[in-house]
Write a protein that binds this ligand. Structure first.
Ligand SMILES: Nc1ncnc2c1ncn2[C@@H]1O[C@H](COP(=O)(O)OP(=O)(O)O)[C@@H](O)[C@H]1O
Ligand SMILES: O=C(OP(=O)(O)O)[C@H](O)COP(=O)(O)O
Length: 394
C-alpha cells in the first residue's frame, strides 16, 4: 500500500476519509479521542502544502440531513486542536462542498457535512454508491483512507472513492493494523475477549470466528440478554436480538464442544427505565423482573469477570459492560477497565465508546497496551475478514 509519503500532495486537494464519530451530548462533544487520533495525518498533509478536505460520518442518520447528526461541532473542535480555521461545508457533496473545496489555499483544511446525509454513502447498490463517489472525486485530486473505525464498512467514501482517485493509506490505519496483527499472529494465552456494547446484531457474528481463536469469551453490555434468553431466562425489557436466539444457541453448543469458555454475567443491574434516576437494583439473572431492563452487569459478575481475566496474557475488549454514560450503570465498565489495568496481560481496548468510557472513568490510557479507535473494525480484523476500506487501498 502507498503511504502519504509516496504522494506528491503539495498544492493538491486531498480527500481524507477520517472516523470522527464522537459521542455527543446535544452539541457538546463528550470525548474528542477520535478527533485527536485523526490529527497526525491532517497535520502532516497541511505541513506539506496540501489542501485538506476531511470527510466523516457521525452516528447513523437515515440518508438525509438531520441536524442531530451534524458535524458542525466537530469542525469547531478540529479547528481548536489544529490551531487553524476549519472551513465547514454545509452539505456533503453538493454546492457548498464544491465551493468550500475550491476555496481552500495550500495548507488549509475543510470538513464536509456528515457523509451519511447522502443515501448513496451506505447504499447496498453499487451504482448508487458509485454515483456519490463520482461526486466526491470531483472535489479532490488525491484520496487518503484513514478512517480505521469505519474500514469494515463497504461505503462510498470508504470503499468506492479510492478506486476513483490516486490514493494512499493514512498513518492511523497503519498503526492500528500493526498492533492488531500481533493479536492474530500468535496471541499469548490464555487469550480472553470481552464483548459488550449496544451494536449487538453487528457484533454477535464475530463470536463464530472468535470461537476458533480465543480461549475465553466474556459477554457483557447489551449483548448479555440475547445469551440469557437463549439459555431460557427471561430478560424483561432489556436489549434483545430475538431473531438471533438460534444462532446464539449454536455458539453456546459449539463453545462447549470445542472447550472455549463463554462467561456470562450472574447478576445484572435492572432499572425501571433507561434513565439515570430510574429505580434500579442488582438482580440475579434468573430473576430479572418482566418490567425492568438490564443496564449493567452486577457486582457479583464484576468479580467473576475480574477473576476470569486475572491469569489472561492477552485481552481484547470491545463494548462497555453497561450504560456507563449514566453513573448508576457505570460500575461494570469501571470494574472491567480496572481488571485490565491490574492484569499483566497485553490489553487492547477497541471502539469509540469503549475508549471514551476508559477516559471518562478516569483511567490512564498508558495503562493499556493499545486503545483502538475501532470496535467493529478491530473485531472484523481479528476475525480475519477482508476489510473493504483497506482492500480498496491496496
Ligand atoms: N445493557 C445495555 N443496554 C443498552 N445499552 C447498553 C448496555 N450496555 C452498554 N450499552 C451501550 O452501548 C454503547 C456502546 O456500544 P458500542 O457502540 O457497541 O461500543 P463501541 O463504540 O465501544 O464499539 C454505549 O453507549 C452504552 O451505553
Ligand atoms: O463507531 C464506530 O464503530 P464502533 O462503535 O464499533 O467503534 C464507527 O464510527 C463505525 O460506525 P458504524 O458502526 O455506525 O458504521
Amino acid at each position: 500500500m502507498r503511504t502519504i509519503d509516496d504522494l506528491d500532495v503539495s498544492g493538491k486537494r486531498v480527500f481524507v476519509r477520517a472516523d470522527l464519530n464522537v459521542p455527543l451530548d446535544g452539541e457538546r462533544i463528550t470525548d474528542d479521542g477520535r478527533i485527536r487520533a485523526a490529527l497526525p495525518t491532517i497535520v502532516k498533509l497541511r505541513e506539506r502544502g496540501a489542501r485538506v478536505i476531511v470527510a466523516a460520518h457521525l452516528g447513523r442518520p437515515k440518508g438525509a440531513p438531520d441536524p442531530r447528526y451534524s458535524l458542525r461541532p466537530v469542525a469547531a473542535r478540529l479547528g481548536e486542536l489544529l490551531g487553524a480555521e476549519v472551513a465547514f461545508a454545509a452539505d456533503t457533496a453538493g454546492e457548498s462542498a464544491r465551493a468550500t473545496a475550491a476555496s481552500l489555499g495550500d495548507g488549509q483544511v475543510a470538513l464536509l457535512e456528515n457523509v451519511r446525509f447522502e443515501p448513496g454513502e451506505t447504499s447496498k447498490d453499487d451504482a448508487e454508491r458509485g454515483e456519490l463517489a463520482d461526486r466526491f472525486a470531483e472535489l479532490a485530486e488525491l484520496y487518503v483512507g484513514d478512517a480505521f473505525g469505519a474500514v469494515h464498512r463497504k461505503h462510498a467514501s470508504v470503499y468506492d472513492l479510492p478506486g476513483k482517485l490516486p490514493h494512499a493509506v493514512g498513518g492511523l490505519v497503519l498503526t492500528e493494523v500493526e498492533v492488531l496483527r500481533t493479536l492474530t499472529a500468535d496471541p499469548r494465552r490464555p487469550y480472553a475477549v470481552v464483548l459488550g456494547g449496544s451494536k449487538v446484531s453487528d457484533k454477535l457474528g464475530v463470536i463464530d470466528n472468535l470461537l476458533g481463536t480465543a480461549d475465553r469469551i466474556l459477554i457483557g453490555g447489551g449483548m448479555v440478554f440475547t445469551f440469557l434468553k437463549a439459555k431460557g431466562y427471561e430478560v424483561g425489557s432489556s436489549l434483545l436480538e430475538a431473531d438471533q436466539l438460534d444462532t446464539v444457541r449454536g455458539y453456546l453448543e459449539r463453545a462447549e464442544r470445542e472447550g472455549v469458555e463463554i462467561v456470562l454475567p450472574v447478576d445484572v443491574v435492572a432499572a425501571e427505565k433507561f434513565a439515570a434516576d430510574a429505580p434500579h437494583a442488582p438482580v440475579d439473572v434468573e430473576a430479572i423482573p418482566a418490567d425492568r431492563m438490564g443496564l449493567d452487569i452486577g457486582p457479583r459478575s464484576q468479580e467473576l469477570f475480574a477473576g476470569k481475566l486475572a491469569d489472561a496474557r492477552t485481552v481484547f475488549w470491545n463494548g462497555p459492560m453497561g450504560v456507563f454514560e449514566m453513573e448508576p450503570y457505570a460500575g461494570g465498565t469501571r470494574a472491567l477497565a480496572r481488571a485490565l489495568v491490574d492484569s499483566d496481560a497485553f490489553t487492547v481496548v477497541g471502539g469509540g465508546d469503549s475508549a471514551a468510557a476508559v477516559r471518562a472513568l478516569g483511567f490512564d490510557e498508558e495503562a493499556f497496551g493499545h486503545i483502538s479507535t475501532g470496535g467493529g473494525a478491530s473485531l472484523e480484523y481479528l476475525e480475519g475478514k477482508d476489510l473493504p476500506g483497506i482492500d480498496a487501498l491496496r
